[in-house]
Design a protein around this ligand. Structure first.
Ligand code: ADP
Length: 471
């Protein structure tokens, strides 16, 4: 990541620098060459002007020598004056062995009154210019009726040397600057990535066995700090899930162990000697009870796990809540009458319709009624009401049983949780799963199940469900 970032940084910086340098160089080169041309034009026009006024005289060049054109790159200009046919009449002394000639097409153009620029690279006999050659201007001039051609020349070496120096500077400076930027980028990215590296190291040290550890959150509140904060929240949730899972596994194995141990003990004792048919039957009946318990535990757990992982497919249909409750009550009335318990039902005048799974909702109320009957004293009364408002339906089941201590009100919805009083009742079919399943079913219907109770004053379970047709 760091290398990629550095490469990208240096690459972008390098490309920008190269483009910038190329543009800068070409602007500079054009400007220098234009400047050279304007010097030539100034010199040639000044000579032409002199010719026009005074005609061709030998002193003319001395006059020209005085022309002072401010120019950075040309230390010296050479002058030639030709007649209309291109024969040299006068020329700078320095041009001893060299002569600047004119081609017929250039001569024709100058005769028309236009100046013409040319670059000549023929080597100089007297080393007046190097391989860069000279820049020339052919300029028209006239005196009386005679036409002349003024040729001014400036060696290109100064300009070209300046330009090649500039190129050289770029050739060294650009790679060096790119290298420098890469090094700076590398160091900078190291600084920027240090907190990420620390985060990775801290994350690597957190394992399933070490979920209580948290990532350090720096107080700057930057993105890294926020990331660490969010990861910590995620680890919180993971730790919680792990705890629940661990608890669940140990509870489940514990619950399964008891009936299995009883089963095994009964079978071993029975097999110690020959038994009568009645004895075998009695043992098998006991065995069946334990097997049923095991089956209930396994079924309950399976149901819970399906509900909690949303793997259960709820039959979503319109359900009349009054009907569901009266159905559950009628199914439990036989059990209630065995303990001489009266179940009083108060249903609303209008139908309360919810969307849900009729069978599973009925089971929720059966379960609550079963608990109410189980924990009520003989001859007491259970009150079951169905009501609601424009948003939700509410079913309450109230008993006059022993109630639930406040400290245990939330715990009773946990898997395998049973209050001490229910354990001491020695009810072998009290699994502590009924309320967890009821809560999971109600919640999968986007509803809520709560309990209000005081030890010694009975309990009231309230199931509220969102409704689609208000009363
Ligand atoms: P189970 O009834 O099989 O033990 P539940 O999950 O239905 O399991 O209930 C969990 C615990 O909540 C029960 O063991 C009991 O201690 C307590 N409980 C539930 N309903 C009542 C009630 N109506 N009155 C008193 N205690 C109750």
């Amino acid at each position: 990541m760091r290398a990629k970032l550095t490469l990208a940084f240096a690459g972008i910086f390098g490309a920008t620098l190269i483009i910038f340098s190329v543009i800068l160089y070409s602007i500079f080169a054009n400007q220098s060459r234009d400047e050279l041309d304007s010097v030539l034009l100034a010199v040639a026009s000044s000579v032409s002007e002199t010719i026009k006024e005074t005609g061709i005289k030998t002193e003319i060049l001395d006059q020209i020598e005085d022309i002072n054109v401010p120019f950075t790159y040309a230390s010296w200009e050479y002058i030639e004056i030709m007649d209309a046919s291109g024969n040299i009449i006068i020329r700078s002394e320095e041009l001893a062995a060299d002569s600047l000639t004119i081609s017929p097409d250039v001569r024709e153009e100058v005769m028309k009154g236009n100046e013409v620029y040319r670059t000549v690279t023929v080597p100089s006999e007297d080393n007046l210019w190097d391989e860069n050659g000279v820049r020339l201007i052919y300029h028209p001039a006239a005196h009386a009726k005679e036409k002349y051609i003024v040729v001014a020349a400036v060696p290109l070496s100064n300009v070209e040397n300046q330009l090649s120096n500039l190129r050289l500077l770029f050739y060294f400076a650009i790679p060096f600057t790119i290298l420098f930027s890469a090094v700076v980028g590398w160091l900078f990215s190291r600084r920027a990535y240090t907190p990420v590296k620390q985060l990775i190291a801290a994350l690597e040290s957190i394992t399933a066995q070490n979920l209580s550890a948290r990532l350090p959150v720096n107080p700057s509140g930057d993105e890294i700090a926020r990331l660490a904060g969010e990861l910590n929240k995620m680890i919180d949730r993971l730790e919680n899930s792990f705890k629940v899972l661990k608890q669940f596994t140990s509870d489940a194995s514990h619950e399964l162990k008891t009936p299995l141990t009883i089963l095994r003990g009964e079978i071993e004792v029975t097999l110690q000697k020959a038994r009568t048919k009645d004895e075998y039957q009695s043992v098998l009946r006991d065995n069946l009870e334990e097997v049923s318990r095991l089956q209930s535990i396994v079924e309950g757990l399976l149901m819970l796990s399906k509900l909690e992982t949303d793997r259960i497919i709820l039959q979503k249909e319109r359900v009349n809540l009054n009907e569901v409750v009266t159905d559950a009550v009628s199914k439990m009335s036989a059990l209630a009458s065995r303990k001489r318990i009266r179940i009083k039902v108060v249903v609303g005048q209008t139908f309360l319709t919810v969307i849900g799974d009729q069978k599973k909702l009925t089971n929720v109320f059966i379960n609550l009624l079963d608990n109410a009957i189980k924990y009520s004293d003989e001859g007491s009364e259970i009150l079951c009401t169905v009501g609601g408002n424009s948003e939700k339906a509410e079913v309450t089941i109230r008993d006059r049983g022993p109630g639930i201590p406040e400290s245990e009100l939330e715990k009773i919805f946990e898997r395998f949780y049973r209050t001490d009083s229910s354990r001491t009742r020695g009810d072998s079919f009290s699994l502590g799963l009924g309320l967890s399943i009821a809560r999971a079913v109600v919640e999968s219907h986007r509803g809520k199940i709560t309990v209000r109770s005081k030890a010694g004053e009975g309990s009231e379970f309230i199931v509220s469900l969102p409704i689609i047709i208000p009363p």
